[in-house]
Design a protein around this ligand. Structure first.
Ligand SMILES: Nc1ncnc2c1ncn2[C@@H]1O[C@H](COP(=O)(O)OP(=O)(O)OP(=O)(O)O)[C@@H](O)[C@H]1O
Length: 362
């Protein structure tokens, strides 16, 4: 396998009794790749193999041009020689050290010249400057996790591995920490492998998605491509949704609305603080999209987008999931089978998608 500077290649097998994990992945060398799957599908084992904590067989692992493991050539770098940061579900800070010392501990073994993320940058990114003198037991769960992330970054890793970093937090703390994770996504040059079984986290953070099922990779690709692929389970059911990348184009303070343009036209959103020209990610849930063969004018729905049917697939009883293309952006609509027949929907049919609810993710 040839070395690729801006890519992660991971190929390995692990087996524990009846469970076997067999993956062959090529992931982008930048941005967030989410490993998504039900409990027991092998997500944590993948991270542990990449970290060198689990010994796999037939393994080849290369991170942005550095080979960490190649069983065919007898290469196996132990964990301490792999430049990685690992963030677990529960922050594992040293209880007897304050935040500052916890951070410094991680930095000790990294020479100044090989640092890719400075301690100051990590502290600023996670906004923990005011917590430096505190011991871990005087921090909230969310603060502890921010410190754990900063500590992982302070080792100046070439890759950040995060294993359900929000799983141990309640809903309020989760929403407090999410903006920091989004900041990591926007500002770090290193790739992040993010394990999750939350569709919400994946929709907000992931650029690339890997779907794992019983130790096998079911699909791997750009997040919206997978979320809208009707042959996959993620594109079905009540939580199915599509992501739209849009640019803020105007604010209308009189009506408390913000408009954003995307490939399929314009969307109106509840007023946002985002600046004009800023790129945003918007989630459109399939259950919030209805379809019409003509553009409706006498309706309270503000967002009506011209689209073409690409695919139809049976969903829950009496429901059909309709794949749509809005001039290059894929959307989903979940409608009743009765409407599907009445509208005579077939691939290629031009229609209008009426979007009732819309959530801006960032
Ligand atoms: N050290 C081990 N010895 C034996 N079996 C193991 C070991 N570690 C994991 N397993 C098994 O391997 C399978 C995959 O586990 P893994 O923790 O990777 O899944 P996961 O997708 O991360 O799950 P979760 O979302 O619950 O954390 C499970 O069936 C688990 O019981």
């Amino acid at each position: 396998m040839s070395k690729v500077a801006n890519q992660i290649n991971a190929r390995f097998k692990v087996s524990y009794g009846a469970f076997s994990l067999d993956v062959d992945l090529a992931l982008p060398g930048r941005g967030v790749s989410a490993l998504f799957g039900t409990s027991g599908s092998g997500k944590t084992t993948c991270l542990r193999v990449i970290a060198g904590l689990e010994r796999a067989s037939d393994a080849y692992l290369e991170v942005n041009g550095e080979v960490w493991q190649d069983d065919a050539r007898g290469i196996f770098l132990p964990t301490y020689k792999r430049s990685l940061g690992y963030v677990f579900q529960e922050a594992s800070l040293f209880p007897h050290l304050d935040v500052k010392r916890n951070l410094e501990y991680g930095m000790r073994r990294i020479s100044t010249t090989s640092r890719q993320v400075s301690l100051d940058h990590a502290v600023a990114l996670l906004d923990i400057g005011h917590l430096m003198q505190r011991k871990p037991d005087k921090l909230s769960g969310g603060e502890r996790q921010r410190v754990a992330i900063a500590r992982a970054l302070a080792t100046s890793p070439r890759i950040l591995l995060m294993d359900e970093p929000l799983a141990a937090l309640d809903a309020k703390r989760k929403s407090e920490i999410m903006p920091y994770l989004e900041r990591l996504h926007d500002e770090l040059d290193i790739p992040i492998l993010y394990v999750s079984h939350s569709p919400e986290e994946v929709a907000r953070l992931a650029d690339h998605l890997v779907l794992l099922e019983s130790g096998k990779v079911i699909a791997s690709g750009a997040t919206n491509d997978l979320l809208t692929r009707l042959d996959l389970d993620v594109a079905h059911g009540d939580a199915a949704s599509a992501l739209v990348t849009a640019t803020i184009s105007a604010h209308d303070p009189d009506y408390h609305l913000t408009s954003a343009t995307f490939s399929g036209g314009q969307l109106l959103l509840p007023q946002q603080s985002a600046t004009i020209g800023q790129q945003v990610r918007i989630r459109v849930q399939a259950r919030d999209v209805s379809l019409s063969l003509t553009p409706q004018r006498d309706t309270s729905i503000l967002n009506i987008v011209a689209a073409t049917v690409t695919e139809l697939s049976a969903d829950a009883a009496g429901q059909v999931m309709v794949g749509l293309d809005a001039n290059g952006t894929r959307l989903l609509a979940r409608i009743t089978s009765k409407s599907c027949v009445a509208m005579d929907l077939v691939p290629g049919k031009a229609l209008y998608a009426q979007i009732k609810g819309i959530a801006i993710l960032k």
